[in-house]
Design a protein around this ligand. Structure first.
Ligand SMILES: C[S@@+](CC[C@H](N)C(=O)[O-])C[C@H]1O[C@@H](n2cnc3c(N)ncnc32)[C@H](O)[C@@H]1O
Length: 270
């Protein structure tokens, strides 16, 4: 009988590759917890992860505190099921009682108000118009307690609107970020994530996004238009030993460097 040998790409799971290459839920939640502590005197308990995908962050939130509860929201039932099977299943039964996933549009969540809403991995860039983004921000405002925070990440820099491919070595595979098409007239872009393996096999377009490259002033202005009282950009500091690298510490800022590529957080206060 002939043995069929699968390629590394055929054996791989794109969600595991994504979690290993794109997400860093620990440092993301370190930032969230530190920022909450700096701005609020009580403890945060309920966190809603919008566009939660595999609910990796929501799981980490419930792991971090016995009083922590998490809500994950995503439109895609398949990715939520993957998260249930692979991420929620790693929680204890008691921890699983403190997490709930909604297969819904983020615009349609009318659950009890939460302390923190997270929209990470630039997912809100999927709203293509000012009106659409304002409606989303306004709906998050309705979903927050009176001292709640909406925390977003964002990316930019002079390479962000370029059509280019950026490979990065990860353990056991190469992650390739592909800015395939950018339209300067409306700032809409098509981006893909590809994965490549040592045996030459690939998963092309493992994930694809059609989104708008929003700028920081646009985002902060729209947050205020939607009704938030304050929107602050948290900019990354510079590594002491290498001026080209960030130090992983994000602080409130009104001035940043004209870097080729940066990631920043935005914190909006109710
Ligand atoms: C950029 S991915 C980020 C996934 C997740 N944050 C992560 O890191 O694994 C965007 C996710 O948002 C979901 N999505 C897109 N539009 C949505 C909407 N209007 N409401 C809820 N989920 C949405 C997609 O199904 C997808 O899982």
């Amino acid at each position: 009988m002939k043995t069929i040998r699968l390629t590394m790409a055929e054996k791989a799971d794109r969600h595991i590759l994504y979690q290993d290459s794109v997400q860093d839920v620990e440092s993301e939640l370190d930032f969230v917890e530190q920022t909450w502590k700096q701005l609020r005197s009580r403890k945060a308990e309920i966190l809603r992860e919008d566009f939660c995908g595999t609910a990796n962050t929501a799981c980490e939130w419930v792991r971090r505190g016995a009083a922590h509860q998490a809500i994950g929201v995503d439109l895609d039932a398949d990715v939520l099921n993957w998260g249930l099977k692979n991420n929620l299943s790693t929680l204890t039964e008691e921890q699983q009682q403190r997490i709930i996933l909604f297969n819904k549009n983020v615009l349609d969540i009318a659950d009890e108000p939460v302390d923190i809403i997270l929209a990470m991995n630039f997912s809100y860039y999927l709203f293509l118009s000012r009106e659409g983004l304002r409606d989303y921000f306004a709906s998050t405002l309705d979903g927050l307690r009176s001292d709640g925070l909406l925390i977003l990440d964002s990316y930019g820099g002079y390479e962000a609107p370029m059509e280019l491919q950026e490979p990065r070595e990860c353990e056991g595979f190469t992650y390739i970020w592909d800015q395939a098409k950018f339209n300067p007239i409306n700032s809409l872009m098509d981006c893909h994530i590809h994965f490549e393996f040592k045996d030459g096999s690939r998963i092309d377009e493992a994930f694809s996004y059609h989104w708008r490259l929003w700028t920081l002033p646009e985002i902060t202005e729209i947050l205020l238009e939607a009704g938030y009282s304050k929107a602050t950009v948290y900019w990354e500091g510079t590594d002491e030993n290498n001026e080209e690298e960030g130090n992983g510490i994000y602080e409130p800022a009104t001035e940043g460097d004209a870097d080729p590529g940066w990631i920043a957080y935005i914190v909006a206060e109710v």
